[in-house]
Structures are given as C-alpha cells and as structure tokens.
Design a protein around this ligand. Sequence first.
Ligand code: COA
Length: 365
Amino acid sequence: MHDGGPFRPGLEDVVVAESALSWVDGEGGRLVVRGHAIEALAPLGFEAVCGLLWDGLLPDPARAAALRRGIAAGRVAAFRALERVLPVLDAADAMDALRASVAALASAGEPPEATRFRLTGAMAVYAAAWHRRRAGLAPLAPDPERAHADDLLRMLRGRGPTPARARGLDAYLVTVAEHGMNASTFTARVVASTRSDAVSAIVAALGSLKGPLHGGAPGPVLDMLDAIGRAEAAPAWLRAELAAGRRIMGLGHRVYRVRDPRAAVLETALAELERAGERSRYLALARAVERAAVAALDERRPERRLRTNVEFYTAVLLDALGVPRDLFTPVFAAGRVAGWLAHVAEETAVARLIRPSLRYVGPPV
Ligand code: COA
C-alpha cells in the first residue's frame, strides 16, 4: 500500500539538501556560516554578512560599500512602492501585513541581485511602516546614508537610534540571518525548486516563520516574563505550565541538544547595551527564568535536554532596543531574509524539483 523509504515525522534528521551556507552543530552548540563562527560575524555588520551569504565570501571594502548602497536602494524602492501596498499594510497582525505587502511586489524582470536588495529593503520598510500607521503616524522614508539596522530602528521609532542601539540591532540581524534547514528556509527552497520566483519563495517563507513553533515565539516569551513577574515566582509558574501540558516559549530546539549558541551572542549584545547605559527591564528576570525553566524541563523530561533557544534573548534584546513585541517576528524576518535569499539561489542552481513521497494510509481500493 505504500512506496518509498521509512517515514520520519517532522523529517527529523532527514537530509533534504546539501548546502555551503551554514552548519548547525546540535551537539557541540555551534553555528558556522560559510566557515565563520557566528560569534565572529556578529560585529561585522548585516550588510557584510549578506555579502558572505550571497557571494560566498566576506566583502572587500568596495563590495561592502556596494552592498550597503544596494540594500539602501532596496529600502528606497520598497518605500516608493508603499502607496501600492497600503491597502494590505493595515492588517491587524504585523506578519499578515508584511506577508501581504511583500506579495504585492513585482516578481520578475531584473537581475537576481536587484531582487535580493529589494526584498531585503522591503522587510525593514514595511515592518516599520506597519508600526507607524498603526500608531496613526506617517511612515518615514528611508535614509540611504544609514546602515540597514540603524535605518530600520530610525524608521520604526521616528528618530535616529543611539549608536549602541544601532549596533545592538545590527548584531541581532546578523545572528538570525542564517540557520540551516529551519522550517521557513525549507519552505523557501521548496518554492525555489519549482522554478518559481524569489518573491514567491520569500512570501511562503514568511508564512512559515509566523508560526509560534518557529519565529513567532519571542513575543510570547515577554508575555511569559510579564506573567511570572519576579524571579521567586518562576519555578512554581513554570511547573504549573508544564503540568497543564503547555510549552515554555524560548526553550527547546529540533537540532540543538545544548544551549543555542545564538543566545550567548544576543546576551553579549545586551551586555554592550548595558555598558552604554541602556538597561534592559527584563534581563535579570530572564536569566532567573531561564535557570528555573531548564531545571523544570530537566525534571520533567530528563531524556531530551531542552535548552534555551535564540528566541528567549531575542525577546529581551528587541525589547531593550525599543521594538514593540508584535514586531519581533517581522524584525526576525528582516534578518532571516538574507539567508532565505541565499538558499533560493542555492536551490535554483540545483535545479531539481523537491517532491517527496507520502505513505498512503487511507482506505484500500
Ligand atoms: N516546553 C515544554 N515542552 C517541550 C518544549 C518546551 N519548550 N520543547 C519541547 N518540549 C517537549 C515536546 O512537547 C515533546 O513532548 P512529547 O514527546 O510529549 O510530545 C518533547 O519535549 C520533545 O520535543 P522535541 O522533539 O525536542 O521538540 P521538536 O523538535 O518537535 O520542537 C520546538 C522543537 C522548538 C518546536 C519546541 O522545542 C518548542 O515548541 N519550543 C517552544 C517554542 C519555541 O521556543 N520556538 C522557537 C524555536 S527557535
């Protein structure tokens, strides 16, 4: 009644592609992007890491300047298309708005690099524009002189960020830019494998990222910290959640059996913010909740080793940078789009349709 090999629910451990883009070392707790440890990439800046992902090597100064200009031009082009996307930008949910407005972009007729710039620009511009309109304010035009992270925060908050905040968001965008065969990257690759266009692949990836098991977790992490309120309340609160069968947001991972290395990179960014005098209102509580959550999960599931994932400190960092919590996932997309686009290019070069099989368990003929 069925064809094909063994069935692995969730495709766990199934290799579905070869990629030169990144290695997620689940046992060693390392993330390597094109041969570079994530810790070393964080200070280099988002545009440089786009170059690494898209070109295959870190940019020299001339290429770095071209990437910065190109991505800035992408922001300007996305802002020019704003009138066209306004009818769908005012959705109640920020990810619905981002998905619909990116879907409204033209899909063909330009070199792949121009599309990459436009899509990267669009994530930042439409995420910020959604927030401004929701607050009854006019969206701000991009400033092409600024670096991408700096301009994203400026368009969002209405004024240029402090250098420490701009660096903090830059480190965040780099940290989440690329991460192996996660659900949204797989989605983008499936679409690219049909020889569809990059805009369609990115729209599909946005739909996948939205889910709370993937990119939708950081908002609920802050909701959890608010609900817990103070460190002493954490153990009982977490145990009650687990007893009720609910998952603790920001913990657990399909690949990592140790703490997600990106959590440490984000903690470093938070420490730098604190050194610059910008204290996070959640950091101390988050650290206590992390300890209590790991203890509670170890107690409940000693065999699985559920540890902190990237979303936990994403929530704390983005909050400290002044990003509203319903924009956490769109801002995640603003970083991850770099990786999606690199995977789209890689999959396009493979030119083999992704078409797995299923095991039929319906009624017999
Ligand atoms: N809290 C409580 N229980 C958890 C958990 C969490 N955060 N993460 C996993 N578990 C449980 C699962 O419910 C599962 O229990 P079951 O066997 O009784 O069904 C068991 O641990 C094994 O789960 P696992 O196979 O490791 O999870 P997964 O690979 O299917 O899912 C996540 C990985 C990330 C989806 C999962 O850990 C999760 O839902 N985490 C919370 C959401 C989150 O932070 N998402 C962001 C990911 S970067």
